[in-house]
Design a binder for this molecule. Sequence first.
Ligand SMILES: Nc1ncnc2c1ncn2[C@@H]1O[C@H](COP(=O)(O)OP(=O)(O)OP(=O)(O)O)[C@@H](O)[C@H]1O
Ligand SMILES: Nc1ccn([C@H]2C[C@H](O)[C@@H](COP(=O)(O)O)O2)c(=O)n1
Length: 205
Amino acid sequence: MIVTIDGVAASGKSSVSSGVAQALGVPYVSSGLLYRAATLLGLEADLDLRGAPGLLKLLGTHPVRLEPLAGGNRVWQGERDLTDDLHSTRVDRGVSVVAALPEVREWVDAQLRALPEPFVAEGRDMGTNVFPHAPHKFYLTASARIRAERRARERPEDVPAIEADLQRRDELDTVQSAPAPDALVIDTGPLDLQGVIDTILTRLR
Ligand SMILES: Nc1ncnc2c1ncn2[C@@H]1O[C@H](COP(=O)(O)OP(=O)(O)OP(=O)(O)O)[C@@H](O)[C@H]1O
Ligand SMILES: Nc1ccn([C@H]2C[C@H](O)[C@@H](COP(=O)(O)O)O2)c(=O)n1
């Protein structure tokens, strides 16, 4: 069984997916981490992030592996754990460009589809493109201001700067971020984290 949880940037996808996955006793899969890993490695290699061939060559010679766990995902390149470097402002600013490359999307989708069920998958296009036959689909939203206020608790930047970055990413990610027609759309603005998790668990049960 696959549960998909998609949504806009910083809408709570990974926190909510982790809570739902732990309640169900299954792993969750954070697809965005693979796009972030491709971005980080491209930046470190000083590549033009708009160029798929260079990125794919890098990913082919230095394979990246996603480790899905219920409590949190980790991303490995050989023995190197990339996870803690994937949520920097630098990666945030480059990742939408990388995620727009069809070749990189194919690379991510192939890794996701090879994972053994059951799991909760979170991202942008889990319910539309990667797992369109999933029986349970959810889509999280909240205003850019609320998302920025939440994120400001974990980043050095102030709320207006984070909000501007989120709005920019929302625009760049629009193409692959539409909710599946059969997804339950949840406005997380008025809910706390547990409230969102409970809404999903209630629907699943
Ligand atoms: N409903 C909520 N109420 C309060 N805080 C929340 C809620 N949902 C998420 N948060 C907080 O908002 C922040 C962003 O959440 P999270 O990282 O899970 O979002 P995301 O959608 O996975 O982000 P990204 O798109 O950048 O990967 C975290 O600090 C999280 O604890
Ligand atoms: N299925 C996905 C997952 C992620 N992306 C893009 C969109 C974001 O700009 C970036 C990082 O995702 P996040 O960690 O913010 O969820 O990757 C995508 O296009 N498709």
